[in-house]
Write a protein that binds this ligand. Structure first.
Ligand SMILES: [Zn+2]
Length: 102
């Protein structure tokens, strides 16, 4: 495990990133800081060791559960938002009726 940030093939400091694919969930690696743009080199180096299959499944299951919880949380928020919008629209209608009624 390197103690300092390695340099890529261009001699630039690399970026520490985290893989989230099923083969290597939550596994950190160093990559070229220009990754995804023109002129990126192909520097690549794992920081974390390979997970055995059992640990990989544990990490994947945790990740899946977190996503499910986040999805549920977002649904609750959007239901609340819809209610708020309804209340605001209703309030605006009542207010405009009252205002024009005078
Ligand atoms: Zn590079």
């Amino acid at each position: 495990m390197p103690m300092t940030t390695p340099f890529c093939h261009y001699g630039e400091p690399t970026y520490l990133k985290t893989s989230w694919n099923d083969a290597n969930p939550r596994r950190r690696f160093y990559g070229c800081s220009r990754y995804g743009s023109n002129g990126a080199c192909n520097y690549f180096r794992w920081l974390d060791p390979t997970l055995d299959e059992r640990m990989r499944n544990v990490v994947l299951n945790f990740h899946r559960r977190i996503r499910e919880l986040e999805k549920r949380q977002n649904m609750k928020v959007s239901k609340f938002d819809r209610k708020m919008v309804s209340v605001i629209i209703l309030g605006a209608i009542v207010f405009s009726l009252f205002w024009t009624g005078k």
